[in-house]
Design a protein around this ligand. Structure first.
Ligand code: FPP
Ligand code: MG
Length: 301
């Protein structure tokens, strides 16, 4: 077993220990069904700060906050699946999913208070941004929009903010200046989310662990759709707009054809490479982080 795998196992175990302190078999059962996911943020933290007495606790806190946000997000989105399994809200109802999210969130913050106050502030700030992003996202889901700046602003809050806190927090733990890691986290988080939005239109549900094309169905104006809109004639633009939150199989097949015909995937990849490049430039010379970041961003491509 390599070191990263061993550390990820330790983090998962620490989360279980934290949750056992809640003293609820119900909580432990639901948490076991939720699982850990890819532990992406922990992989970045470990690459920045390989050793520190509070490293495992910090990673556990970040993963618990990530899980809390997803539990709440699945209620907001009325999602059926999460991490390739039935979602907690789907199996146990919205009330349980919200309360489980609150327990993850509160327990994570309890443990966070034992870390340096600068790190606690970074994480608290990121949760504010996460929630602000989710509010912007809910508002944006009313109608299809084609504003790239708005799209980036939302994913910066919703997807990059916890990565910023993870990376800058790991830098602080390591005694490194946090600014470069802050910049890295923001750009990496944006690149990663754009990749996620691209995979949503290029990969089958078996790879995604959730239905394909869910973004447009759920009312998310993601970059692939924004770039496609720019390539279409007015009649086709109207047709695309009509599919928003209202796409049957036939409409999705039409979208898939349009994505191919207008070479949208390579265009989206250019944006991903731009943000990935900015991320890597910020931490140039930090070989272990460069390696982990590149491998994470190159998944499936
Ligand atoms: C997934 O978005 C959602 C997020 C990344 C953030 C959600 C944040 C909150 C609900 C704020 C509350 C935070 C806490 C800590 C309680 P998505 O729907 O685009 O992605 P998906 O396809 O994975 O669902
Ligand atoms: Mg969601």
């Amino acid at each position: 077993m390599d070191r990263t795998t061993l550390m990820l196992e330790k983090i998962a175990h620490r989360i279980q220990e934290f949750l056992a302190q809640v003293q609820s078999a119900e909580v432990e059962r639901m948490a076991a069904l939720l699982g850990q996911g890819k532990m992406l943020r922990s992989k970045l933290i470990l690459a920045i700060c390989p050793n520190h007495p509070q490293l495992i606790d910090f990673c556990a806190v970040i993963e618990m906050i990530q899980s809390a946000s997803l539990l709440h997000d699945d209620v907001i989105d009325n999602a059926q699946t999460r991490r390739a399994q039935a979602s907690i809200n789907h199996t146990f109802g919205n009330q349980n999913a919200i309360m489980l999210g609150d327990i993850f969130y509160a327990k994570a913050f309890f443990e966070l208070t034992k870390l340096d106050s600068q790190i606690a502030q970074l994480v608290a700030h990121s949760v504010m941004e996460l929630s602000r992003g989710e509010i912007k996202d809910v508002r944006a889901s009313d109608t299809f929009h084609t504003d790239i700046t708005r799209y980036i602003d939302i994913i910066q809050d919703k997807s990059a903010s916890l990565m910023v806190a993870s990376c800058a927090g790991a830098a602080l733990l390591s005694g490194l200046k946090p600014q470069a890691y802050h910049t890295f986290g923001r750009n990496f988080g944006i690149a990663f989310q754009i990749m996620d939005d691209l995979l949503d239109i290029t990969q089958p549900k078996e790879v995604l662990g959730k239905p394909a094309f869910s973004d447009f169905k759920e009312g998310r104006s993601t970059l692939p759709y924004i770039l496609l809109y720019q390539e279409l004639d007015p009649l086709e633009q109207a047709q695309l707009q009509a599919c928003f939150k209202n796409a049957d199989e036939q409409a999705l097949t039409w979208c898939a054809q349009q994505f191919k015909a207008h070479h949208i995937a390579p265009k989206v990849l250019e944006h991903i490479h731009h943000y990935a490049h900015c991320a890597l430039e910020a931490i140039k010379g930090h070989a272990s982080l460069e390696k982990v970041a590149s491998s994470l961003i190159e998944r499936e491509f």
